[in-house]
Design a binder for this molecule. Sequence first.
Ligand SMILES: NC(=O)c1ccc[n+]([C@@H]2O[C@H](COP(=O)([O-])OP(=O)(O)OC[C@H]3O[C@@H](n4cnc5c(N)ncnc54)[C@H](OP(=O)(O)O)[C@@H]3O)[C@@H](O)[C@H]2O)c1
Length: 328
Amino acid sequence: MLNFATVGTGWITESFIQAAHLSKQLKLHGVYSRSFDKGKQLADAHQARAVYTDIEEMAQEQEIDVVYIASPNSVHFEQALLFLKNNKHVICEKPIFSNLKELEIAYQTAEEHGVYLFEAIRNIHTPNFQILKEQLHRAGKIRSTILPYIQYSSRYDLFLQGEEPNIFSAKYSGGALADLGVYPTYLAAGLFGKPNKVSYHPVILRSGVDGSGTLVLEYNDFVCTVLCSKISHSDLPCEIHGEKGTFQLEDAAPISKITFIDSHTKDAQVLSVELEEENMMYECMNIADIITAKNDLQYEELKNLSKIVLGITEEARKQNNIIFVSEK
Ligand SMILES: NC(=O)c1ccc[n+]([C@@H]2O[C@H](COP(=O)([O-])OP(=O)(O)OC[C@H]3O[C@@H](n4cnc5c(N)ncnc54)[C@H](OP(=O)(O)O)[C@@H]3O)[C@@H](O)[C@H]2O)c1
């Protein structure tokens, strides 16, 4: 059993703690919050032993093996580096960092300290992603792919009222591609690898980041189109079109349902399994397994995916002059 601690007290931290508990491989030791009251509330709800308001103190705690970071995007790098330097494995929420330079430094630091650094991205850890990878050959030659993640954010209401929630802010490395676009981009990277060419066509908000956008990833024989938005809504499924058949995914994350439709017979077959409600459980289990077994091979695969995805989103931003404050 690995002892873990958390950073950030949003709903996603609560979800991760529940998923970790279900994985039976991660035990909550403590929580960090800038506010003692918020930390205490979270700790009490999940029987954590410790509440920290001093992040350095938590980083030095010998009993903690792993730290889960769910702070605003722009804060990830500094916090991850602190824990890695104190020999803690780090599971950092998506998008892991603002750019590849930060990612390279952090991986280097992890290696020097004999620990691992993971991006918390739920879709590629689900059993349905494995099913998709294994069955993809049934589509024949892939000819086009459309991967939407279009979800209206309640925080956009605040933005429209003149506020600047972190997720719509360049100061906190926000935007639709960084927030939602990473899920379909991970699917593309996990299934097809690094694209030959990237182009991004965003809708830029007054804060300077993208509220929505269309990302075009060019591969040898086909184009993959990622649609992402936090300022509109769609139930459009993801589709992968091959010469022999089409895969339809109910969603880009967590990949709830996969149907394969034969191009000739039009027969539809459901290939997916029913996911656990707390589907972050799969990422907890995979990550805990990698740490426990020191599975460098799988770790390198995940590292490579994080690098491809962050490389794509950084390139997409740069093409459109979407510059995060930490990069100015
Ligand atoms: N995997 C998923 O499905 C999923 C879902 C939602 C979010 N996320 C990711 O999780 C992360 C957190 O998202 P969120 O929406 O919860 O973010 P958020 O509300 O902006 O902040 C999360 C927490 O970070 C702390 N915090 C806020 N501002 C801070 C600052 N300036 N410096 C240091 N700490 C600060 C706060 O905790 P304290 O006040 O207690 O310190 C807050 O509860 C993001 O990276 C996001 O992309 C992932």
